[in-house]
Design a protein around this ligand. Structure first.
Ligand code: ATP
Ligand code: LTN
Length: 328
């Protein structure tokens, strides 16, 4: 069987430059490697409180963002997770094969729940990786492009696949997380020890930000002591982050980026980074607005859900049969 490539993004807030560099930008060319399934993880967005209207708007926005990145929608299947009920059904089955101990070791759960009162932590937040594993196995995905922070969840899915297949035979396809060599973890511009995260907006560049604001944010990014533009995550985390942003948008290595800036002062270096980011996002924002206005995403999501349902229901039936659920 051809490779299946699958990933999801949560419509929890405005997408950031981190999401773009870590994943979104690279999705269109995956069609050369296999069959692509990309989705809006709207069920996952419910794992933290979110206003219904905001969720609706974010979901539309995210569909437009996926398309603005340049997906060939005649080849890629783009859909809403909640339009495919097999995700919820697979979740109900798979929750029995992942254990409390391993779920409580997930760093995303630890980070997100640490900020909350225990009485307000929903079961969905704890069980988040079960639904994510269900997303992946439903499409027999072998490749899962993600940012560094999601690697642990895909590794847990691999454990689940092993466990399930050992018990029931060769039923599920083994997935593999795939991270970018450069840009798998873009850091906050105001605190480069933290990941740039859309639910923690300080130090973020949002894909919808005004271009002048983007420029300003980069020019005022935290830099480090010293004056040399060098990649050194420990001693120069701010400069290293900007070098990573520059290198990944220009599709060059960190070393090549370093060479370009030998002898540069921080201010001039930041200006060059800002130029590259603004240039990239200007074209992206234009496409985004066209797709939003024409509502081109509607047909794409309806067609996508049809195709996704077909594929997902086949896997679901295979799994139901394997565990002993009758289908009469
Ligand atoms: P939240 O902050 O709400 O948890 P998130 O941005 O981490 O949101 P998603 O929107 O679902 O979560 O992430 C979409 C994809 O972008 C994931 O594959 C994730 O790993 C990747 N990603 C998120 N932040 C970064 C970052 N700072 N650098 C690189 N990749 C990232
Ligand atoms: N958990 C991911 C979003 C996500 C996902 C998936 C990614 C949900 N289901 C399946 C890859 C495969 C996140 O928080 N970024």
């Amino acid at each position: 069987m051809a490779e299946r490539i699958l990933t999801g993004i949560k419509p929890t807030g405005q997408l950031t430059l981190g999401n773009y560099i870590g994943v979104l930008k690279h999705l269109p060319k995956e069609v050369d490697r296999g069959e692509c399934f990309y989705f809006i993880a709207d069920l996952h967005a419910l794992t933290l409180p979110i206003d219904p209207e905001v969720l609706r708007q974010n979901s539309i926005d995210l569909a437009c963002f996926y398309m603005a990145a340049g997906l060939d929608t005649s080849k890629v299947t783009l859909f809403l997770q909640s339009s495919v009920s097999a995700h919820a059904e697979m979740n109900a089955i798979m929750q029995n094969y992942l254990y409390m101990g391993e779920l409580s070791r997930m760093t995303q759960f630890k980070d997100k729940s640490a900020k909350m009162k225990e009485s307000a932590i929903g079961l969905g937040l704890f069980a988040y990786p079960v639904l994510m594993a269900s997303d992946i196995i439903l499409y027999d995905a072998s490749i899962v492009p993600v940012g560094e922070d999601q690697k642990q969840h895909v590794e847990l899915t691999r454990d689940l696949v092993n466990r399930f297949n050992n018990r029931y035979g060769d039923i599920l396809t083994m997935p593999k997380p795939e991270m970018r060599k450069v840009g798998a973890r873009i850091m906050s511009l105001s605190d480069p020890s933290k990941k740039m995260s859309k639910s923690d907006p300080k130090g973020d560049i949002f894909l919808k930000d005004d271009l002048a604001v983007i420029r300003k944010k980069i020019m005022s990014a935290v830099t480090d002591s010293g004056s040399e533009v060098k990649y050194d995550v420990e001693n120069k985390p701010g400069i290293s982050n900007l070098l990573t942003i520059y290198a990944s948008l220009k599709d060059i290595s960190i070393e090549e980026a370093e060479e370009e800036f030998v002898g540069y002062r921080y201010g001039d270096f930041k200006k060059a980074v800002a130029d590259v980011v603004v240039n990239e996002l200007e074209a992206f924002q234009k496409k985004y607005r066209e797709i939003l206005e024409s509502k081109a995403y509607e047909k794409v999501l309806v067609e996508g859900a049809k195709k996704a349902n077909e594929v997902a229901n086949k896997t679901l039936n295979r799994v139901k049969k394997a565990v002993g659920l009758l289908s009469l």
